[in-house]
Design a protein around this ligand. Structure first.
Ligand code: SAM
Length: 245
């Protein structure tokens, strides 16, 4: 089977290796690039995600495709010493940057790091109260398999939060965003991280990702109930939420 790596059509097995190369390559500069590219707004999107999670002290949270750990860090404070956050990511370089960063922030006691593929999660059924995946799903080759895997490891009553780039709701914003992502983003990637190709892939992968309604439908098909979404920054990003009943 073939899939997309940005705009390119590639064999599915090849995408995994190509995505791995992108994140090995961007890991060291990932945080600074995020701040520059989003002008710091990614922090607000992430905080909004935690606020919509309904997380409580003592809960078990899985932050999938957790990368450098921003979302996991916010959850760690909210679940407290009696709870646990598992930061899972397929990429060792991203996990290493995340582990070092959270250790520097003093977040050590209620966090675990696991190298795992979202498509086949190495956890037992019904393990987590909350699963979050932030800017991760679009990099996953078989998104349906990943959503089914998340459904399986979520506890009944638990919720999934998918924070991801989506489709701007206004034409003018869509056009401005095109210019930004296809011209400015690779240029900044070159300037700051000396890596134009990775940022070109990121821009293309954003464009290829399912829009709000399509992703909602995919979540429903994976078994999630009461799926809703909230557009952020004019739909540049959307937060989808669904429950396992
Ligand atoms: N969640 C973090 C954030 O919001 O800053 C990191 C997002 S980063 C854009 C995407 C992450 O998805 C990378 O760390 C990458 O390694 C991870 N990833 C890609 N494919 C994956 C897969 N199949 N399973 C788990 N993680 C994956």
């Amino acid at each position: 089977p073939t899939t997309h790596f940005g705009f390119k059509s590639v064999p599915a097995e090849q995408k995994v290796a190509m995505v791995a190369d992108v994140f090995h390559s961007v890991a060291a500069k990932y945080d600074i690039m995020n701040d520059v590219m989003s002008m710091g707004i990614h922090r607000l999107w992430k905080r909004f995600t935690i606020d919509c999670s309904g997380v409580r002290p003592g809960q078990q949270v899985l932050d999938l495709a957790g990368g450098t750990g921003d979302i996991a860090a916010l959850f760690s404070k909210r679940v407290g010493p009696s709870g646990k956050v598992v930061l899972a990511d397929i990429n060792e370089s991203m996990l290493n940057v995340g582990r070092d960063k959270l250790r520097d922030l003093g977040i050590i006691n209620n966090i675990e790091f696991v190298q795992a593929n979202a498509e086949a999660l190495p956890f037992t059924d019904n393990s987590f109260d909350i699963i979050s995946i932030g800017f991760g799903l679009r990099n996953v080759t078989d998104k349906d398999a990943a959503l089914r895997s998340m459904f399986r490891v979520l506890k009944p009553g638990g919720r999934l939060l998918v924070l991801e780039f989506s489709k701007p709701t206004h034409d003018w914003l869509s056009k401005a965003y095109d210019v930004y992502s296809f011209r400015l983003l690779p240029f900044m990637g070159q300037l700051i991280a000396n890596d134009k190709e990775s940022y070109q892939y990121l821009a293309e992968s954003i464009r290829m990702h399912p829009d709000q309604e399509t992703l909602k439908q995919m979540m429903v098909e994976a078994g999630f109930a009461e799926v809703t979404y909230h557009n952020l920054t004019g739909g540049i990003v959307a937060l989808h939420r669904g429950y396992k009943f």
